[in-house]
Design a protein around this ligand. Sequence first.
Ligand code: FAD
Length: 476
Amino acid sequence: PTALLWFRNDLRLDDHPALRLALERGFDVLCVYVHAPHEEGAWAPGAASNAWRARSLDALDAALQARGARLHCVHGDSVDALQRIAHEADARAVFWTRRYEPAIEARDAHVKRQLRDAGLLAQSVNGALLHEPWDVATKSGDPYRVFGAYWKTAQAQRRPWRAWSAPARIPAAAPGAQACRDLGIGAPASLGLAPRVRWDAGFWDTSEPGEAGALRALRRFIDTALAGYAEGRDAPACNGTSGLSAHLHFGEIAVGRVVSEVEASAAPREQVDAFVRQLGWREFAHHLLHHYPHTAEHNLDGRFDAFEWRTSDEAELDAWRRGRTGIPIIDAGMRELWHSGRMHNRVRMLVASLLTKHMRVHWSVGARWFWDTLVDADLANNALGWQWVAGTGADAAPYFRVFNPVLQARRFDPDGAYVRRWLPELAPLPDKAVFEPWTAPDLVRRIAPDYPRRPIVDLARGRDEALAAYQALHRT
Ligand code: FAD
């Protein structure tokens, strides 16, 4: 018998629970990818995410072909596409791994009902998280809102990881050539996800989408950075983190495998724990988004609904987006994002803080920009990150703690290596001026005539105004 294997954000073959289930039940598999951005509600994938996905789908198709199968890609409505392909191939079942974005959860429930009504076996499994969002709960059965308590319970519930390798040959089914034409089935390239103008060229200097790239990133991290992770993770100039976020978002590697490999390494225990704890934040983000689906765009902490955000000034916003604020650590981060589709976590916190505190722009405006430009754009992690910095989320940094981007840059990029890498026009400046170019206006005018003369916000005034707005909120 034949089963459809519906690929989504699980673009790998090893440790793939839905593939494993289908094979263990004796099915030949027909691998399908349905491109249906209109089913993702307000959060259709952004441009950088699509650029990554295009390459990841190619890599998956190549891996399938090496095993005697292939990836059948189609545009359209998921229910309709799956039903038509199942009918054409005389399939009896559809298997997939779960996603947790609110619009997708609703869509998937609908797909499951429709497939079952049509007489098919429809089954989803967890392939993305260590813990299903509904499996971790407080003693009274409620979802958690505080990370520490969440993670303690989650860790206590952890079960041993069982690795699984995809077989060298996958028993595959395929619709005939005519059926493929009728159904609009093609190779990944037929989806047109790769940018036509190659604005993404810089992405691939540091990233290799696909399962093999994910494994290489993990190996590099274990060999070179894990043993110093707890300190190295905060230095944006160093390659001190895993670089796994996009690989994890697209499911190119199983999170259980990442945990089991770092735990089996020779790195000191506290370093391994510090890293696994970050994976815990990813788990927590998915827990929150599942239980509080409105938090993709609205404050988790409802008291902030009355906060006086400023109506955004387009020119200022544009300066933030393009890395032209005149504050070097911020501009370096925004240019890293634009060029590579990535941004170091510490710098994400700083650019988000400048936008939501000094500029007092609602965090969702920044979250949208990240959504379109990050290769690891992930609804759960992005919403959590922005709400955490803005102070409106679970377990958030208190709103009144306002990062000073100059002091932060001095602390975490002490020799200015990160700033100089992304703002080469400022590279010749002496160290003090590279963090505060407005203190050396004549020099800056000479060496970097196009760099903004002054920061777009006065840092002291922006901070005071943010705090005043916060105080006003507390008086209401
Ligand atoms: P590592 O330090 O190696 O961490 C390992 C993994 O743990 C990451 O790959 C990621 O899956 C997870 N992780 C680490 N930190 C966090 C965190 N704070 N929250 C949730 N998961 C975490 N991460 C995304 O994957 N997608 C996003 O869209 C995203 N948006 C963010 C927005 C803001 C404003 C902030 C402050 C953070 C955001 N993050 C997001 C979290 C974090 O910045 C990235 O996961 C991290 O920088 C990725 O680099 P890495 O894989 O080398 O991380």
